[in-house]
Design a protein around this ligand. Structure first.
Ligand code: GLA
Length: 583
């Protein structure tokens, strides 16, 4: 009974939170991003999924013995009881050929007893079974992908007892389908099997939060592959929690996650970090894990579990740190302070307290202070150290972590239990989505995704006024090759207009090309293409009708005129790009 009440309250909270935060509770209308009803499958991951994945430590070298040993260790190390549920076999579990009926089969040498046997073993340990596939003809390791076999593959996985699918995107440009279409196909065939299966979008961070990943999936990558060094860990963290992938106005992607769908900065490298000094290594492991917990990131461990040291095990199973990640309010933490390499993150929790991470990403020893003002509190507040599981006392107005060395961090719980404290205000929909009647200048909106170099608003890349043929344009973007950025759309837009030219300050001989896509690169849906332009080409205007588009991606690329290779020095301008909605 008590359980049911708790569940109902959390469900109500979850739905209310979701409606407030992102408008996803609305029915399909023309004015909301990712306009879809609250997805039924959100129950599959009410909190960020936790588990272990084979890729970071073993890459292609997986086999029955290694996977079963990982399953055993998940139990004996206490990882399962700490919340790690999914054991995911990444790429290279499959045979190079399908069977005579077209079904996938296990690599006969690595997994002689087949995948059902592996699934049964994983389940017998009280764990859930996860598997990898790719939505193209081939996986990233050139093994059979699922394109053209979507239905049979989802049925095969269901028959093997699969509970989680990581669906990758290598070579998916060849599919001729938008990412949103691809993942909808998998969700549909999964649903037809009747088996509850988590679907994980693995696409190197190509804007699932903009094009509607939550309509089909429970998590999506926000960046490139994580590596086993801290620069990479922090860069991946900043794809979710910083401005690597979105306009700084968003302060990370926190407003795009919530119970049921999560930003995934990639799998954990805790235990794999190549750092000589043992103390620094332990600090780095904690910094990485604490950051992922604050970012409400899926916690997919990626280390060699049977060989894990006690220090690493204690980090991966730290109960109060994990509780922050698994808090059912599902707020993704966001930065409230940054001073070069020193950062403070805040994650308001269900019980009225808030989790705070003080993190030194630099090499120099430093003190870091969180003030109550940064986190929406005041007066005297109790502070608890979540790594040490120790109350530190009551503090007035602020708390300072003293002498944090390289990768040093503190993870705290601050405040008294009570009414949940508000989050920071999310960026309103109309500030990043084409919703208006009449003319919307794209330069009045924040891009919700970007890759490569950052476009400059209303100026050339070098910071000068945008001028083409003696005419000055107040609005537009200055770009340096290569630049790609995306605006969220709705169906309410009829035309897209603007002018492009190479920046008049560019005097080189290389070529530039401007393209506008519907959705991300994988779909290959080019709405407009300038073709090759040089400094001598006249400006080109575009005026195209828009139909069935979800988001607009603007791309500027430079090429070496002689050999066609990418040239990074070419400058171009999108002048007055605008969308017109007639009704
Ligand atoms: C891609 C993914 C990785 C991993 C490999 C496997 O690079 O991003 O996480 O799955 O493929 O080939």
């Amino acid at each position: 009974m008590a359980r049911t009440i708790t569940r109902n309250i959390s469900l109500a909270l979850l739905i209310a939170f979701c409606i407030v935060l992102s408008g996803c509770g609305r029915t399909h209308d023309k004015n909301s991003i990712n306009a879809a009803p609250y997805p039924d499958h959100a129950y599959l991951a009410p909190t960020p999924p936790m588990g272990w994945n084979s890729w970071n430590i073993f890459a292609k070298d997986i086999d029955e013995a290694r996977i079963k040993a990982a399953a055993d260790s998940m139990v004996s190390s206490g990882m399962r009881d700490a919340g790690y549920q999914y054991l995911v076999l990444d790429d290279a579990w499959m045979a190079p050929e399908r069977d005579e009926k077209g079904a996938l089969q296990a690599d006969p040498v690595k997994f002689p007893k087949g995948m059902k046997d592996i699934g049964d073993y994983i389940h017998s340990k009280g764990l859930k079974f996860g598997i990898y596939e790719d939505r193209a003809y081939r996986t990233c390791q050139s093994l059979p992908g699922s394109f053209g076999h979507e239905q049979i593959d989802m049925a095969t996985f269901a028959a093997w007892g699969v509970d989680y699918i990581k669906m990758d995107s290598c070579s998916a440009e060849g599919n001729g389908r938008l990412s949103s279409e691809d993942y909808a196909i998998y969700r549909q065939y999964i649903e037809e099997t009747g088996r509850p299966v988590v679907l994980s979008i693995s696409d190197f961070g190509n804007a699932a939060w903009v094009w509607g990943g939550k309509e089909t999936s429970q998590l999506w990558r926000t960046g490139w592959d994580i590596r086993s060094w801290m620069d990479s860990v922090y860069a991946c963290g900043d794809c979710s929690g910083g401005s690597h992938r979105s306009h700084p106005a968003f302060n990370g992607l926190w407003q795009f996650a919530g119970p049921g769908y999560w930003n995934d900065p990639d799998m954990l490298q805790v235990g794999n970090l190549k750092i000589e000094d043992e103390k620094v290594r332990a600090s780095a492991n904690k910094a990485h894990f604490g950051l992922w917990c604050m970012l409400a990131a899926p916690l997919m461990a990626g280390n060699d579990l049977p060989k894990m040291t006690d220090t690493v095990r204690d980090i991966l199973t730290a109960p109060e740190v994990i509780a922050v990640n698994q808090d059912e309010r599902g707020v993704q933490g966001y930065k409230v302070f940054i001073d070069d390499k020193l950062e403070v993150y805040n994650k308001p929790l269900t019980d009225g307290t808030t989790a705070v991470l003080l993190l030194n990403k630099g090499r120099k020893k430093a003190d870091i202070t969180v003030t109550w003002e940064m986190i929406g509190l005041s007066r005297k507040q109790p502070v608890r150290d979540l790594w040490e599981r120790k109350d530190l006392g009551t503090f007035k107005d602020s708390f300072t972590a003293k002498g944090l060395s390289e990768h040093g961090s503190m993870m705290l719980k601050i405040g008294k239990k009570g009414k949940p404290i508000p989050t920071a205000p999310p960026v309103p929909l109309e500030k990043y989505t084409i919703t208006r009647q009449g003319v919307t200048s794209l330069a009045d909106l924040y891009y919700a995704w970007r890759d490569h170099s950052t476009p400059v608003y209303n100026r050339t890349f070098g910071g000068n006024p945008i001028r083409i043929d003696d005419k000055t344009f107040k609005k537009g973007f200055g770009c340096k090759s290569k630049a790609a950025f995306m605006f969220a759309g709705t169906e309410r837009a009829d035309r897209l207009m603007g002018t492009v030219a190479l920046d008049e300050s560019y005097q080189g001989d290389n070529e530039g090309r401007f393209r506008i896509f519907n959705e991300d690169f994988f779909g290959n849906r080019v709405i407009w293409d300038s073709g090759k332009m040089t400094k001598d080409s006249p400006a080109k205007e575009f005026d195209v009708e828009l139909e069935d588009y979800r988001c607009l991606m603007l791309v500027f690329e430079g090429r070496n005129t002689k050999d066609g290779k990418q040239a990074n020095d070419v400058l171009g301008v999108f002048a007055d790009p605008r969308v017109i909605a007639d009704d």
